[in-house]
Ligand binder design. Sequence first.
Ligand code: ZN
Length: 265
Amino acid sequence: MPARISSSTELTDKELDRYSRHLLLDDFTIEHQRTIRQAQIGVIGCGGLGGLVAMQLAAAGVGRLDLFDEDSVEVSNLQRQLFFTTDDLGRPKTQALGERIKQLNPHVNYTANQYRFPDSCQTQPKKWHIIIDCTDNFKTRFAINRWSLQHKVPLISGAAIEYQGLVGLLNTQKQSPCYQCIFSEESNTSHSGTPSDTTHIGQRCADLGVINSLLGVISSLQSHLALEFLRHSHAPTKIWQIDLKTMQMRSSHTTKDPFCSACYN
Ligand SMILES: [Zn+2]
């Protein structure tokens, strides 16, 4: 389980005002908002998913976001990465996104790490309460999964391609399946425990394209799962599939692979 979040200091009047629409909810307490403020989250990938996730978490008041992406802003990004502007072309994504975060919510701290996670994973902070995978390739996703298991940091995974997306929360508990239990590292396809129509999730937007609204749907679900996990300190491992062509969302039954090389011990 992740480190228990301490939330000792009171919210200021400015914070109470800023987060008032949260606090009006029947089941959303000041303590929840203080817990969110104390949270530290790693956002891996700052493209269409990661940028929107980071902006939503910043707006919600997450205390610190560590951003990872080795790329710079390209013109083809602007169709869906609406936190960048044309003036950002050529700039490192983590730097431009960090500036947007501060403009949106000056209470939030961030670090901009312009390299591919987890190339320097041994030096990365171990105090994250959640790690969010917003990358676009299986090699990095499996590496993030192993890091999550090693450090017992819950993983929220997202993927989007064409009109279909996938969101998963993997809580790293011993009895729960991990990402690699569900997706095979050898074949880069889903195991039989998940429907076959998610297998193309391993392909990239650069190859097949993606409808821009899908990124908003998937990233919103990822940030929602993160905030719910912070508020309740626990959630079961679960995978959801979303298809914007049919407007369907369904959860998948997932089982632990007894031969998984990532979580077997
Ligand atoms: Zn596993």
